[in-house]
Design a binder for this molecule. Structure first.
Ligand SMILES: *Cc1c(COP(=O)(O)O)cnc(C)c1O
Length: 473
C-alpha cells in the first residue's frame, strides 16, 4: 500500500514513512493511493469480532506489510486491552433506531484515545526498529493534546511538545496534560487561538532544516494512522446494526474533520454508510461549506465545545482531493487561494455530489445546552457538549431512508462538567482514574504567538540535546 500527497508534488511513500512524516513536504496530507475493498462477504465475516480483532482486520490492509502481522496483532490487542470498558466502545440505545457510540472509555476520556493509543505504539515500534528518535509537536484545541501525551509519555525514542491556546481550553483538559510528570512531555500555552497554535505547528514543519535537525513529527489529526484507526468506529457500529445488509447513518461532532473523514474512508472501503451528518458549533466553516460550496475563514469564537473551536479543518483537504478527481495540482492551487484570500470555492456540481453523503448542521451554545437537557430528560443519559451537538445534528438532518442513526459520543461528560451542570443541574463525577486530577501539580511554559520563540523552546527542551545533563536517555 502506497500513500500519495493531496498536493501531488512529492513521491509516494509506504505506511511507516507516512506514519513518521505526518504532513507531506509539499504541504499536503497523505492518503492511500487506492482504497482497500471489503465486499459483503468480507464484511459479514467481520461481524461478531471483538473491538481489537475488528480493528486488526479493518486496518491491516493499510499497513502494506510495513510491520509483521504478528507484531501488529499484538500491538493492536495491547492497545485496546487498556481501555476501561469491556466492549471498548459500547453502543447504547438513545431512542427509536437511534444509538450513541460511547468513545470515551480510554485514558483521557475522549475519542482521540482510540486512534492515539494505537499510534503511540506504532511510532515506538517503527522507531525502535529503525534506531531513530523524533520530536513530536502538536497543537490541541483541548483533547488531542492529552490523548497524544498519554500515548507518547515515557517512550524512549520520542519527545512530545503540545501547544494549547492559553485560557481557551477547559481546566480538566489543561490539567490532563500539564500534570503528566514524564521527562519527555513538554506543555506550552500559546497566547493565541487554536488556529494560531496550528499555524505555529505548520510553520515548524515548513522549516525543512529545523524539521531534520529535531526529527519533527506529528500526531495531530493530519496523521494518516489516526484516520485509519478511526475507521474502525464505523465498521464496529454498523456491523452491530445490520450492515452490510442495512445502511447506517452517522452523526459526528466535527472540528478538524478527521473523525468524519474516517467515516468517508469506511464508506470508500465498502461499508454501507448512508449519511455522514456533521455537527458544528458556531465555528461553522464546514457547515457553511456544505450549504454554499465555499469555505470562508472567520475569527474563532470560544464555545461550550472547545475541541471544535476551529475554523480551518485540516482533514478537509483529503476530501477535497477526491472531490477534484485526485488532481494534486488543483488542490495545491485551491489551498493557496484559501491561504491568500481566506476563501475556497468548489463548483455546484461538486457540492451536489458530496451532499449525497454529507449533511451538516450548526448549534449555538444555547442550543447545545438545550440538546444536553433534552437527552437527559428523555433518557437519563448525560452528554458532553460535543456529543450533544452530534446527537442534535443527527436528529435535524436524518431522513427516514437512512437506516439507524449512530451518534458518536466523543467525550465523557465529566470532561465538561460546567456545561453539563448548567444544562441539567447534575454535575458528572470524574471516573476513578482521574479522581485526584485537581490535586496534582501542573507544569507548563507560556509563550507568545511567535514561531521563533516556539522553535527556540523546542530546541532547548527536547531531550536529544538536554538529555545527558538531565540523565535521561
Ligand atoms: C477532537 C474532538 C472533536 C472533533 O473531532 P475532529 O476529528 O477534529 O473533527 C469532537 N469532539 C471532541 C470531544 C474532540 O475531542
Amino acid at each position: 500500500m502506497n500513500y500519495v500527497s493531496t498536493r501531488g508534488a512529492v513521491p509516494a511513500l509506504g505506511f511507516d514513512d507516512v506514519l513518521l512524516e505526518g504532513l507531506a513536504r509539499d504541504g499536503g496530507l497523505y492518503v492511500p493511493a487506492e482504497w482497500p475493498q471489503l465486499d459483503s462477504a468480507a464484511l459479514r465475516a467481520l461481524a461478531g469480532l471483538d473491538y481489537a480483532e475488528l480493528a486488526l482486520r479493518v486496518t491491516w490492509p493499510f499497513l502494506g506489510g510495513a510491520i509483521a502481522e504478528d507484531d501488529y496483532a499484538e500491538l493492536v490487542r495491547d492497545t485496546y486491552a487498556a481501555f476501561d470498558h469491556p466492549e471498548v466502545a459500547p453502543l447504547v440505545a438513545l431512542g427509536r433506531d437511534e444509538w450513541l457510540l460511547e468513545l470515551f472509555h480510554g485514558p483521557t476520556l475522549a475519542f482521540k484515545d482510540y486512534p492515539l493509543q494505537l499510534v503511540g505504539r506504532l511510532f515506538d515500534h517503527v522507531l525502535r526498529r529503525r534506531g531513530q528518535r523524533i520530536t513530536i509537536v502538536g497543537a490541541t484545541s483541548g483533547d488531542t493534546g492529552s490523548a497524544a501525551i498519554e500515548a507518547c509519555r515515557d517512550r524512549a525514542a520520542m519527545d512530545i511538545f503540545i501547544l494549547h491556546p492559553k485560557d481557551r481550553i477547559s481546566e480538566v483538559q489543561r490539567r490532563q496534560m500539564t500534570t503528566v510528570r514524564s521527562a519527555n512531555v513538554h506543555n506550552v500555552a500559546i497566547e493565541g487561538t487554536f488556529d494560531d497554535c496550528q499555524d505555529l505547528v505548520k510553520g515548524l514543519f515548513a522549516d525543512a532544516a529545523f524539521r531534520d535537525e529535531v526529527g519533527l513529527s506529528a500526531v495531530n489529526s493530519i496523521n494518516w494512522a489516526r484516520v485509519m484507526a478511526q475507521t474502525v468506529f464505523y465498521f464496529w457500529a454498523a456491523l452491530r446494526l445490520g450492515a452490510p445488509d442495512r445502511p447506517v447513518a452517522f452523526a459526528v461532532p466535527t472540528g478538524n474533520f478527521g473523525n468524519a473523514y474516517a467515516g468517508y474512508v469506511a464508506r470508500q472501503m465498502g461499508l454501507p454508510v448512508s449519511r455522514l451528518i456533521v455537527g458544528t458549533n458556531q465555528n461553522d466553516i464546514l457547515t457553511r461549506f456544505f450549504e454554499t460550496a465555499a469555505m470562508e475563514i472567520r475569527a474563532v469564537e470560544p464555545s461550550l465545545s472547545p475541541s471544535m473551536d476551529i475554523q480551518v479543518s485540516s482533514n478537509f483537504e483529503r476530501l477535497l482531493f477526491d472531490m477534484v478527481g485526485r488532481d494534486g495540482a488543483r488542490v495545491a492551487a485551491l489551498m493557496k487561494a484559501f491561504r491568500d484570500s481566506g476563501r475556497l470555492a468548489v463548483s455546484g456540481e461538486m457540492l451536489r455530489q458530496v451532499r449525497q453523503l454529507f449533511a451538516a448542521h450548526r448549534l449555538s451554545d444555547p442550543e447545545t445546552l438545550a440538546a444536553i437537557k433534552r437527552v437527559y430528560d428523555d433518557t437519563g443519559q448525560l452528554l458532553d457538549p460535543h456529543s450533544a451537538i452530534g446527537v442534535a445534528a443527527g436528529r435535524a438532518c436524518r431522513r427516514p431512508e437512512d437506516g439507524p442513526l449512530v451518534a458518536l459520543a466523543t467525550a465523557h461528560p465529566a470532561k465538561f462538567p460546567d456545561a453539563v451542570e448548567r444544562a441539567t443541574g447534575v454535575r458528572p463525577a470524574l471516573p476513578a482514574r482521574l479522581a485526584d486530577l485537581y490535586a496534582r501539580e501542573e507544569r507548563y511554559a507560556v509563550l507568545p504567538n511567535d514561531l521563533g520563540a516556539v522553535r527556540a523552546h523546542v530546541r532547548q527542551h527536547r531531550r536529544a540535546t538536554a538529555g545527558k545533563k538531565r540523565g535521561v536517555a
